[in-house]
Design a protein around this ligand. Structure first.
Ligand code: AMP
Ligand code: MN
Ligand code: MN
Ligand code: MN
Length: 287
C-alpha cells in the first residue's frame, strides 16, 4: 500500500493544481495522499471534488503544513486528518496569512532598497490566490535572471542574513499543535533533518515537540540515505513519537515524486495503523 502524507499544490508553492496532483497520485498507484499546503487548506476541496468526479482510487487526507517559530528556528508542523472548517484552525490560518503577506511586502521592500525592483509584485502574480512563499520569490527571480538557479536565489538573497530575508514571527509550535488537535488532527514534526540542527538541538526539539503534545515525526522522505532514515526511526522510538512518511512533493522533477521510495524501517511505529481508512484498504487488499 502506498501512503504519502506530505505534498503541495498551487494553493501554496506546489506547481500542480489540486486536480493535477490527485490525478498524478492515482496514476502512480498512491492509495492514501495527504495534501499539506503551507499554512492553508484552500486546495483540499478541489482535490476531493476531482477524486469524486473521476472516481479515482485514492483517499485524500486533509492536511496542512504550519510554519512555526521555535527558539528562532523555522520549524514545520504537518497536521493530518484535520477538519478544515474548524474555527480555531481557521483563526490560526488567518493569522499566518497576515504574517505571510506582511513578510512578503517587507521582503519586496528590502530587495527594492538593493535596487532589485518589482519582486513582490512578480512573486505575488506567481502565487495567484495561493499562499505566497519564498519559493515564489525564488521562481520569479530566476525567471528574471537575477540569479541562475532556485538554490542560488536562496543562498544569495532569501536565506537568513541575506538582503531579502525578513526575520520571521510565525506562531509557535504549541499553538500549531493545539490548533491541529482542536481540528481533530494529528501533529507531525516535518523533515527533522532539514533544519541544520546539531544532534543536541534535534534532541531538544523532539523533547519539546513531544511535551507540547506532538503525535509523530517524519521518518521516511523520498530522497534520503538509509542511514538518515534509520536514525530518524530510532529517534521516533526513543521520543515516543509515531512515524510518518511523505514525499514533500512540489513539482515534477527528476528525483522526487508522489509515493516514491516511501517505506518505514521495521522498528518504526506507523502513524496510520489505527486509521479506519487504512484498515479498510488493508482488508480489501487481502480479500
Ligand atoms: P516560506 O514558508 O515562505 O519561508 O517558504 C519556504 C519554502 O521555500 C519551502 O517550503 C521550500 O519549498 C522553499 N525553500 C526554503 N528554503 C529553501 C532552500 N534553501 N532551497 C530551496 N527551496 C527552499
Ligand atoms: Mn514549500
Ligand atoms: Mn516543510
Ligand atoms: Mn512541505
Amino acid at each position: 500500500m502506498l501512503i504519502d502524507l506530505h505534498s503541495h499544490t498551487t494553493a501554496s508553492d506546489g506547481q500542480l493544481t489540486p486536480t493535477e496532483l490527485v490525478n498524478r497520485a492515482a496514476n502512480r498507484q498512491v492509495n492514501i495522499l495527504a495534501i499539506t499546503d503551507h499554512d492553508t487548506v484552500d486546495g483540499l476541496q478541489e482535490a476531493q471534488d476531482a477524486i469524486d468526479e473521476k472516481g479515482l482510487k485514492l483517499t485524500l487526507i486533509k492536511g496542512i503544513e504550519v510554519t512555526t517559530n521555535w527558539l528562532n528556528h523555522e520549524i514545520h508542523v504537518v497536521g493530518v486528518n484535520i477538519d478544515p472548517d474548524n474555527v480555531q484552525l481557521a483563526a490560526l490560518i488567518e493569522l499566518q496569512k497576515e504574517k505571510r503577506e506582511a513578510r512578503a511586502i517587507e521582503m519586496g521592500n528590502r530587495l527594492a532598497k538593493a535596487n532589485i525592483e518589482g519582486v513582490y509584485e512578480g512573486a505575488k502574480a506567481l502565487a495567484g490566490k495561493g499562499a505566497i512563499t519564498r519559493a515564489h520569490f525564488a521562481r520569479y527571480m530566476v525567471e528574471q535572471g537575477i540569479a541562475p538557479t532556485f538554490q542560488k536565489v536562496f543562498d544569495k538573497y532569501l536565506s537568513r542574513g541575506n538582503t531579502g530575508y525578513v526575520p520571521h514571527n510565525w506562531v509557535d509550535i504549541d499553538q500549531a499543535i493545539e490548533a491541529i488537535h482542536q481540528a481533530g488532527g494529528q501533529a507531525i514534526l516535518a523533515h527533522p533533518n532539514h533544519y541544520d540542527l546539531s544532534n543536541k538541538w534535534m534532541r531538544r526539539l523532539f523533547t519539546e515537540f513531544k511535551e507540547a503534545g506532538g503525535d509523530a515525526m517524519e521518518v521516511a522522505m523520498g530522497q534520503q540515505s538509509p542511514q538518515v532514515r534509520l536514525q530518524l526511526a530510532m529517534w521516533s522510538e526513543e521520543y515516543d513519537l509515531l512515524a510518518s512518511q511523505g514525499s514533500d512533493f512540489h513539482f515534477v522533477g527528476r528525483w522526487r515524486d508522489l509515493g516514491k521510495a516511501l517505506h518505514l524501517p521495521a522498528m518504526a511505529k506507523p502513524l496510520w495503523l489505527d486509521w479506519p481508512i487504512y484498515n479498510n484498504l488493508l482488508e480489501a487488499e487481502n480479500t
